[in-house]
Design a protein around this ligand. Structure first.
Ligand code: DP6
Length: 363
């Protein structure tokens, strides 16, 4: 499919007003997206576990406009209160997607959004937030054009979400989502995420992700700036090639369930992501001393006990601790005994692999 396939069909219905609500989860990448081209095209393919607990719920109420004015018209409420500083991001998103959802200027929108995870937990809400908003807008389009089928609905939601935030395109469905064209992955696309099409061993079915909140403050360098620093980065081309190769290697790991190999790949991807940050110009470090303490303790625990628990990182200091269902009790005990001391105010979130976004019926 190409971009043109996502242009809206002429609308069959016109609705004056309505409201839709969607809840979309966050996701954690195993092969990282870091570096992009124009129009939110990733420089390399990535793959992620969709999460379950960490999610954004967004409702969009729409009302036909009579003001005859140009431009977009919307109010934004975050956790019940107006949030002016989120508005420019939404305005940019609307500009990027207007060609594909041309009703945007016909309505005034009231967008209400809230996160399941605590405000300023250092967890990026852009993936879940952009996924939930895209689903709401596409649901409005579906009411104008009811013939849209389920499969296309999900593809287009992922396509729109990508234009809001790249990783958001992996937050529409579960449980293992791949994004970015790869010669050996059929139907893979730079435009949207797909369900991983190959065999996945049951050991990955109930995987856990305990998120250790090491640093809840605003990070010094945003993902957008970080991605941009991959242009002209001395190691960028090798890194992009490595990601292609890592996706190939994951194929037999996912099928066979070899956790030792899985751990090697996941931890190497996390550290490579941060190595790219440290070797950017200007260089930067998002890990904190506690991030390293946690990593070292995980390595020691794994060597001592052979319990297959590992870490990954996203663009921040927080640590995602990944482990299979079979070692859940041991892992939680270890986290509580040894890792929680490194969390800001002792806070952490128990999450697990999830099945994707859900519509929320109107109360
Ligand atoms: C490190 O999706 O937040 O989490 O497209 O600029 O919104 P934008 O970037 P974003 O980048 C996420 C980067 C990452 C790795 C990943 O999720 O693959």
């Amino acid at each position: 499919m190409t971009e043109k396939d996502f242009k809206a069909e002429p609308y069959q219905h016109f609705s004056d007003s309505g409201k839709v609500t969607w809840k979309a989860p966050s996701n954690i990448a195993l092969v990282k997206y870091w570096g992009k081209l124009a129009n939110q095209i990733p420089a390399n393919p990535s793959i992620s576990f969709t999460l379950d607990t960490c999610a954004t719920t967004t409702s969009v109420a729409y009302q036909k406009r009579e003001d005859g004015k140009d431009g977009f018209s919307f109010d934004l409420l975050f956790e019940g209160k107006p949030k002016e500083d989120f508005k420019p991001k939404i305005e940019t998103f609307f500009k990027r997607i207007e060609f594909y959802v041309p009703f945007l200027k016909d309505y005034h929108f009231t967008i209400e959004t809230s996160n399941s995870f605590p405000h300023s937990s250092g967890i990026a809400s852009s993936a879940s937030g952009m996924a939930a908003l895209s689903l709401c807008l596409l649901d409005v389009e579906k009411q104008l054009n009811p013939e849209m089928n389920e499969k296309f609905f999900k593809k287009k939601a992922s396509f729109l979400a990508r234009l809001g935030s790249g990783s958001a395109c992996r937050s529409i469905e579960g449980d293992l989502i791949q994004w970015g064209e790869h010669p050996n992955i059929p139907d893979s696309s730079n435009l949207y995420g797909i369900k991983y099409p190959f065999e996945v061993n049951p050991v990955f079915k109930n995987y856990h992700d305990t998120i250790l909140l090491v640093h809840k403050g605003q990070k010094q360098v945003s993902s957008t700036v970080g991605h941009d620093l991959m242009h002209g980065h001395p190691y960028a081309q090798n890194r992009f090639q490595q990601a292609f190769g890592n996706l190939d290697k994951f194929k037999s790991i996912f099928a066979g369930g070899d956790l030792e190999e899985f751990i090697k790949m996941v931890e190497s991807e996390a550290l490579t992501l941060h190595a790219m940050m440290m070797t950017s110009m200007p260089y930067f470090i998002l890990m904190k001393p506690d991030t390293l303490e946690i990593i070292n303790k995980i390595w020691k625990y794994r060597t001592d006990t052979k319990v297959p628990i590992c870490f990954t990182l996203d663009a921040g200091a927080n640590v995602h601790v990944l482990y299979p269902e079979s070692v859940k009790e041991k892992a939680i005990q270890f986290i509580q005994d040894e890792l929680v001391v490194h969390c800001e105010k002792g806070h952490y979130i128990c999450d697990r692999i999830g099945m994707g976004a859900k519509i929320i019926a109107d109360q």
